[in-house]
Design a protein around this ligand. Sequence first.
Ligand code: 3HC
Length: 288
Amino acid sequence: MTTETPKHITVIGAGAMGSQIAMVCALAGYDTDVVDIAQDAVDRAETQLHERMDRDVAKQRRTAEDVAAAFERLTFTTDRDGCAAQADVVIEAAVEDLGIKRKLFAELDRICPEHTILVTNSSNIVSSRVADATGRPEKVCNFHFFNPALVMQCVEVVPHVGTSRKTVDTALELARSLGKQPVELKKEVPGFVANRLLGALRTEALKLYEDGVADFEDIDIAAKTALRHPMGPFELMDLVGIDVVHLIRLAEYEQTGDPASLPARSIREKYEAGEYGRKTGKGWYDYS
Ligand code: 3HC
């Protein structure tokens, strides 16, 4: 088996992103594992994906046969090392913590076959910050999906200076084979492309709200009815997670040192109150 024709994909992290990324891979025909350290996270991912797929079948978006075949190819497990030893590609979608990611990449480097490509779904942590924890930096890059990964078409492929052309081409081809539209970046930049665009909109929306210009609901209405965005910026923060938004800003501040990068006041308040959005039942909107 070569890196050009991956067959077996291991996804590390069974959260909202990791579990849906794994489902996308299995639906596209790859033998896929979704791995987490916690059994309850793996169980939750399995339950949620079954519910999601049942809905898709009921709405005739997919056939029951395709879904059943995908679940046959999808393994939910805590056996990271056993999976990684078989993987042609590992997609890391674990917690956004540089120390944890570096340790993980070093361990994956020891366990995975020589040809295995190691990619990270992170948009906060560029791959040059983990590649040097491995002995294969040329086979490491970012491979960034969007939430909800089952639906959103874009995958950003972001090489660091040491990523080989062959790895970039394999990653682009992998994204296409998953039914996604890859966007290739020529160099690492905090936030990549889409989150940079989104960040500009979000910053402006938060400023309008905090300056008392309009209620957040009305700002969302303007984005949807004047600009035809599928969701307003506040609804989107609730979908992505206010904890994630908070973390993205802190990660940017760490890199820029510019106080303008810090989380907006209202984001900090919601973060400190544990109001993370849909995942906690309350964020900008109430989901209880
Ligand atoms: N997971 C999986 N599938 C989902 C979903 C979710 N959380 N939410 C919606 N869907 C799918 C379902 O199939 C759903 O149909 P169903 O509810 O009948 O089963 C279908 O999409 C349509 O959903 P809705 O009818 O509820 O609403 P929409 O037509 O508006 O679609 C949406 C929902 C696809 C989420 C759409 O509103 C949208 O595109 N929103 C913008 C999302 C976005 O911008 N994402 C990028 C975030 S940034 C990011 O991820 C980067 C990271 O680094 C932080």
